[in-house]
Design a protein around this ligand. Structure first.
Ligand SMILES: [Fe+2]
Ligand SMILES: [Fe+2]
Length: 139
């Protein structure tokens, strides 16, 4: 799975994390394509789950810092991805993971980067202010 310039959101740290996610999906893909065995594939899936967890938490913190109004919907999307990923992880223990699963991962990630992720970046770049600390009204 190749990185494309159109995936860039203009936030370096987020772009770097997206590159890592893309690379992680490529590792899973290669493991299947080269028949490296179910344990190899399973391990690669676990790595993707870890990376996704860190990345999603990072994004959610960023959205909160900039009071992104659609944060809840975005968080739900992340959550649904994990639910699906859990199923994939369990399946990979039982039988070899399939091309269908790779298609899902690739499609989800590119659609999410080009859609919902771009939306929160737009919010930040539209001049949103970081939420300031107000000791009188702590949140
Ligand atoms: Fe996201
Ligand atoms: Fe993202």
């Amino acid at each position: 799975m190749e990185w494309k310039d159109e995936y860039s959101m203009g936030i370096l740290e987020i772009d770097n994390q997206h590159r890592l996610l893309l690379r992680s999906i490529t590792v899973i893909e290669e493991s299947i394509r080269l028949n490296q065995g179910w344990s190899n594939t399973h391990f690669a899936i676990l790595e993707l789950i870890q990376l996704a967890r860190m990345h999603f938490s990072f994004e959610e913190a960023l959205m909160r810092m900039f009071a992104y109004p659609l944060m809840d919907t975005h968080q739900d999307e992340h959550q649904r991805f994990f639910t699906r990923l859990d199923g994939i992880e369990r399946q990979s223990l039982r039988k070899s993971a399939e091309a269908e699963m790779i298609e899902f991962l690739k499609n989800w990630l590119t659609r999410h980067i080009l859609g919902s992720d771009r939306d929160y970046a737009k919010h930040i770049f539209s001049g949103a202010q970081v939420v300031r600390h107000n000791p009188a009204n702590p949140d």
